[in-house]
Design a protein around this ligand. Structure first.
Ligand SMILES: [Zn+2]
Length: 163
């Protein structure tokens, strides 16, 4: 089932999400709905608060191959952040807005998949590193817009007036 994506300005995008303590059928359904919604909107990632849930769940597919390869992280934790990459980001909750964000290049992400198995994902840069940090930020109520430098924030504000 495709879910509605909340837009920037909705307070539910600003909550600190709660850990999932048990993977119930309801959680599994949410995960599969999130994956369906992400592909329907052509996104590379989606976090639970974007569909109105306050649970620590992200889904993503950095699209490095033509085949769909959806990944799920429940209760994701990022560690071993190092290096720096800078690139344009957008967000399904901020339609039409883009901006350059500085992120860590290397990131290690740990969490559970929808079967409750431990997952470790290491990324040395590129879209996967960015997506992991962007989506995990959502679980703490942070949008990429918050991470723009002042000059970029000003530009985005002007663009928004023209939208
Ligand atoms: Zn986003």
């Amino acid at each position: 089932m495709k879910l509605e994506i909340l837009k920037e300005g909705d307070e539910r995008l600003r909550v600190i999400c709660k850990k999932v303590d048990k993977i119930t059928p309801r959680i599994k359904k949410l995960v599969s709905d999130m994956i369906e919604t992400m592909y329907a909107k052509n996104g590379v990632g989606l976090a639970a608060p974007q569909v109105g849930s306050d649970l620590r769940i992200i889904v993503f597919d950095p699209r490095t191959t033509r085949r769909k390869h959806p990944m799920v992280l429940i209760n994701p934790e990022l560690s071993e952040l190092s290096g720096e990459i800078r690139g344009d980001e957008g967000c399904l909750s901020c339609p039409g807005l883009w901006g350059e964000v500085t992120r860590s290049a290397h990131v290690k992400a740990t969490g559970l998949n929808e079967k409750g198995e431990e997952v470790v994902i290491e990324s040395e840069g590129g879209v996967l590193s960015v997506v992991l940090q962007h989506e995990t930020d959502h679980l703490d109520g942070i949008l990429f817009l918050d991470r723009l430098d002042p000059a970029q924030q000003l530009r985005v504000m002007k663009e928004r007036e023209e939208l």
